[in-house]
Structure formats: C-alpha cells, structure tokens
Design a protein around this ligand. Sequence first.
Ligand code: ADE
Length: 231
Amino acid sequence: MKVAIVSAMPEELKPVLEVVNIKKEEKFGIPQKFIEAKYKDNDLVLCVGGIGKVNAAISTTRLIEKYNPDVLIMIGVAGALNPSLKIGDIVVAKDAVYHDVDVTPLGYKIGEVPETGIIWKGDEDLVKDFENICKENLKDKKVLVGRIASGDQFVASKDKANWIRETFQADAIEMESASFYHTLNLYGKKGVVLRAISDSADEEANIDFPTFLNEVSQKFRDIILSYLDKT
Ligand code: ADE
C-alpha cells in the first residue's frame, strides 16, 4: 500500500522522517517538498505542504496527481476551541469547515464556498481506525473525534475563537484541513486529519504554539507507525 503523510511545517513531519528509509526527494514550489520513502512493506510519500489553505490544496493535488497514494494522512498541530481540550490532546477530524469564507451578502450560508459545499468529510473508516490507534498510544491524553475549522489566520483571540466555535460547532482550529478534505473529496481519495493541540487560540497562543510544536509533533511518530504496522 502507498501512504501519503502530509504536514504544513517541517517540524510536524520531522519525527516521522527520522524512522523511515528515505529514497528520493522532490522540491516543488516554495515550500512544497515531497519525499519518497519506505517503511517495512509500505511505500510512503512524505510531504511538507506549507501553511494555509492554498498551500494545502496545491500540495494535496500534487500528491494525488503525481504519486497516487491509496491513503492520505494529514498530521500537525491545532488550537483548541472545545474547552475540554488541553495541550497535547488529539483531534481526529471527522470533518472540516472554512471559518473565513463569507459570501452571506449573496445569500450563501456562512462558510459556504458558492456552489461547492460547506462541510468536508474525512473517510469514516480511517477516522475510526485512527481514533482507536490514538487511544491505544496515548493513554493519558484525550482523543476527540470532532470538527476542525480552517482559515488563513493564526487565531490568537478568545473572542474570535468563541465566534468560530459557536458559528461552526468546531472543536479545533488550524489552517489546512478543510482544503485537504475538499481536495480529497474531489478526487474520491481516502484520507484523515490528526491534530495535536498546541495552544488555545487565545491571547497566549503565540507563546504556547512554538513551545509545544515540537513536543506534540513527537506523538505522531508512534501513531503513524502503529497504523503502518497494521496495514
Ligand atoms: N495552528 C495551531 N494553533 C493555531 C491557531 N491558534 N490558529 C491557527 N492555526 C493554528
């Protein structure tokens, strides 16, 4: 099986890169990078896709068109919107929305990309599989199957975070998942997003984020390896 693992930032992918057998590397645009690798019997494509919705759509499209993986897994960090989530907890995204899309003056719903959609779903089986794998690997952390809100903003405001939670019933916030799921839906590809909480999207978020980025990124290595060992 060929599995793609995508992150926005190199820090999020680094722990996984340390344990796979790297074969080949392609640079495509700035900052997109695609690394072909092997782990046991699995072919892997590891992708640093860049921050934000456009980078996520470009890199996911490139991954599918050029490398044609069977399964795509996005890993990375997120800010908590759901008050029950603490730093280090995991969200497995059952779906994702764009919190910064607003064409309401033309009669569309908040978050609706005109004539396209509002809620972008992950693959149900992968969501279930990864919920179980995360629970097995992270006994001391909460693992929540929930909704992610994506937008081209680093949110560091309690008011803004509350608005996004109330408007979209979202559990966590970041900048890529909705365009990842959107692209997968168009291509009919299976994928899932896993996010570790790095901050609470409040006025302290800019301090918490870099502090916890490396720490929480480590968690994904064991989760990804457990999944690959089972496939
Ligand atoms: N990724 C991690 N924390 C975030 C935040 N507060 N806003 C947007 N993306 C994030």
